[in-house]
Ligand binder design. Structure first.
Ligand SMILES: [Zn+2]
Length: 147
């Protein structure tokens, strides 16, 4: 991906296309899940929901140490150094399917990446990871946003 690409203008529908072209809004569930997350990550999510072509729900934001320990015990996470503990990560799922289908999750991830680029807030998508693919996970870059 080139950093020199111009920012794509958001083409607004004049109403003759389907309403979904006007973008989605964050559900109350998402807003509740984003409580206590880093304000820059919140900005990325808030822009991503307007850019995405597939609706999503934020399922989790900040975790407590106890919650993280349960996730590790259940095999849902591999680390006690999760970015969720410091409010620098969110998990999402495609809505209304809740399918976690990798292709759909990737479509939504593109909206997160585009939002991050427009805001100049570096993020990482867990679906790009090689060692432990975590396609529902978005986190702030740990160099720019240390724990
Ligand atoms: Zn996560």
């Amino acid at each position: 991906m080139s950093e020199k690409d111009p920012i794509m203008p958001i083409l607004m529908s004049d109403g003759e296309d389907s309403p979904s072209k006007e973008g989605f809004v964050l559900s109350n569930r998402s807003i509740k899940a984003m409580k206590d997350i880093h304000p820059d990550l919140r900005k990325v999510v808030e822009l991503a929901i307007t850019l995405t072509t597939h609706d999503f729900v934020i399922t989790q934001g900040r975790r407590t140490i106890q919650q993280q320990r349960e996730y590790v015990n259940e095999g849902k996470s591999q680390t006690m150094h999760s970015r969720h503990l410091v409010g620098c990560a969110v998990d999402y799922v495609d809505y209304p399917e809740f399918s976690y289908d990798l292709k759909t999750m990737g479509v939504i991830a593109q909206a997160f990446k585009e939002a991050a680029k427009q805001l100049n807030i570096p993020i990482h998508w867990g679906g790009d990871w090689k060692h432990f693919v975590d396609s529902s996970h978005i986190e702030l870059d740990s160099d720019k946003y240390p724990d």
